[in-house]
Design a protein around this ligand. Structure first.
Ligand code: KIV
Length: 272
């Protein structure tokens, strides 16, 4: 059964953490969906993790559509959230036009980076029937590539909590909170009635999201907020090097990977 916002709300109500991971392509989305991950985020982190861009600010709506469609083709049950990229949420009407495009292409919900200042954008999307996920704390689109922790002092923590409430009141259905102290993640989760999904925000949130590349070890960087469950980079390099030496030594392809002609057919060519 396809998961929806009510399903995520039910998990919050029952105190069961919501699981969310990023995916940008068909096979990864299929692995996550078959594993029963609740929600897949087609994040604009596709830019730095897959497309070789320097920054999230280089990601376009065309990039998001391309990767969203690949993910949607694989998904049977997960709730698909997709980022509205840099430059598409500067005003409510641009956000609405782009939000509609993403929903028409299979997204269940669109994500908007920004704190309380994004109130009108979130309200416009929600009023026009587009499910929306707000994203506060560290916002790569806005703050650039150098991540830092927000809300370490009471003043900024207060601003984050207030932003979360403003965005919920504006109509947000979910909130992602990135890189804030554990205490702030827990307070925001307890104050809001919508599911609050944390990244680098402690385990008191209603759910957790990570970038798939970080848990599989697909990138060379290691982040404090993430956990590497395997070293894909190392394993993939090892496999590629083994393939290279098998080709050079003619151990690949072997008999097992080859087809043969029948004797009499072969003789016919050899005669020519
Ligand atoms: O784009 C992304 O992957 C994100 C997550 C880090 C929350 O926004």
């Amino acid at each position: 059964m396809k998961k929806n916002i009510n399903f995520l709300l039910g998990k919050k109500h029952d105190g069961i953490p919501v699981t969310m991971l990023t995916a940008y392509d068909y096979p990864t989305a299929k692995i996550l969906d078959e594993a029963g991950i609740d929600s897949i985020l087609v994040g604009d982190s596709v830019g730095t993790n897959v497309l070789g861009y320097k920054s999230e600010q280089d990601v376009t709506i065309a990039d998001m559509l391309h990767h969203l469609r690949a993910v949607v083709r694989a998904v049977k049950t997960a709730f698909v959230v997709v980022d509205l990229p840099f430059g598409t949420v500067d005003d409510p009407w641009t956000a609405l036009e782009n939000g509609r495009l993403l929903i028409e292409n299979g997204a269940d919900c669109v994500k908007v980076e920004g704190w309380g200042e994004k109130k009108n954008v979130i309200a416009c999307l929600a009023e026009n029937g587009i499910p929306v996920c707000a994203h506060i704390g560290y916002n790569p689109q806005i703050h650039g590539g150098k991540a830092k922790i927000f809300g370490k002092n009471a003043l900024q923590a207060h601003e984050l909590i207030e932003s979360a409430m403003i965005l919920q009141d504006a109509g947000a259905n979910i909130l992602v909170i990135e890189k804030v102290p554990h205490e702030v993640g827990s307070i925001v989760s307890s104050k809001l009635s919508i599911p609050v999904i944390g990244i680098g925000s402690g385990n008191g949130c209603d759910g957790q999201v990570l970038v798939i590349h970080d848990i599989l070890g697909m990138g060379e960087r290691v982040f404090k907020h993430a956990k590497k469950y395997m070293n894909f980079w190392y394993l993939a390099s090892e496999a590629v090097n083994k393939y290279k030496s098998d080709v050079v030594s003619r151990d690949f392809p072997s008999e097992e990977n080859s087809w043969h002609m029948q004797e009499e057919q072969l003789r016919k060519i050899e005669k020519d």
